[in-house]
Design a protein. Structure first.
Length: 69
């Protein structure tokens, strides 16, 4: 076995171990992390999408002119 083959095996094994460590790190949930429910994410996405749609079709501008907003 040459030096190159030995180094390749060392790098291959250490990469798998590093990946396993990262997976373990990101798999754990922190108690200090902000918890956002799935429903909140859906609401924000739908609200943003509807707002952009209405702005593109001039509805928001029309509301501002009509009601003095």
């Amino acid at each position: 076995m040459s030096v190159g083959e030995s180094m390749a095996k060392d790098k291959k094994g250490s990469g798998i171990q590093q990946a396993a460590g990262l997976i373990r790190y990101f798999d754990e949930e922190s108690e200090d992390a902000i918890q956002i429910s799935r429903g909140t994410i859906y609401f924000i996405c739908i609200f943003f999408s509807v707002s952009v749609y209405l702005a593109n079709h001039g509805v928001i501008h029309w509301l501002g002119r009509t009601f003095g907003l």
